[in-house]
Design a protein around this ligand. Structure first.
Ligand code: COA
Length: 174
């Protein structure tokens, strides 16, 4: 009899339990550098209708935003960027290669970005998300973010502009 295929829930809990502690042997998170930009742009372009340009990514590195990549084995599977200053942080991007989603990597990336923000002295983190991006909203809610407002006309769409949900969470003891 063929082995029973594990459900998504089983797979996610197995991997994310390990990745929370970042002890998955094949997984590593490290600062992004210039040599990563081609792979990061490829993930960005395949994930968003209006992706960041290479110039935006280079600027993130140049100004010293917390910019990290997550590798699984030899594959760069995701990245994230957070800006911190004056006691606050802004989560600017988190993105996982499509075929690697649902395995805890997004959660691990955000965990690392929040650690960077904490180390930089932030006690509040903000982010924006498209209202239709239910997977991301659920992930953020799981990680303690709550909606605190709406930013009018924040995102570009094929038809014009759309609002963003603004979310926030505190850092430190919850
Ligand atoms: C959002 C994104 C980063 C999530 O990455 P991921 O690696 O798939 O997320 P994880 O596997 O770590 O999921 C963690 C939690 O998020 C939730 N979640 C993530 N994707 C979900 C989806 N598509 N549907 C429902 N819940 C989802 C789950 O509740 C999960 O919690 P659980 O492990 O307790 O079940 C990924 O889907 C992505 O790169 N999307 C395209 C880029 C994007 O939209 N980024 C956010 C911009 S605001």
């Amino acid at each position: 009899m063929p082995a029973r295929r594990r459900t998504r829930r089983e797979r996610v809990s197995t991997v994310s339990a390990a990745s929370d502690a970042l002890d998955l042997p094949q997984m590593s998170v490290r600062p992004m550098n210039e040599a990563d930009i081609a792979a990061v742009i490829e993930i960005e372009r395949s994930s968003y209708p209006f992706p960041w340009t290479e110039g935006i990514l280079r600027d993130c590195l140049r100004v010293g935003y917390g910019s990290i990549v997550l590798e699984f084995g030899a594959v760069l599977v995701g990245f994230g960027v957070i800006a911190s200053g004056a006691g606050e942080a802004h989560l600017l991007n988190v993105c996982v290669r499509e075929e690697f989603r649902g395995r805890g990597f997004g959660r691990a990336l955000i965990g690392q970005l929040l650690s960077l923000a904490t180390a930089a002295g932030a006690t509040l983190v903000f982010l924006e998300v498209r209202p239709a991006n239910l997977g991301a909203i659920r992930l953020y809610e799981r990680l303690g973010f709550r909606q605190v407002g709406v930013r009018r006309g924040y995102y570009q769409t094929p038809a014009g502009r759309e609002d963003a949900l603004a979310m926030r969470r505190t850092l430190g003891p919850q």
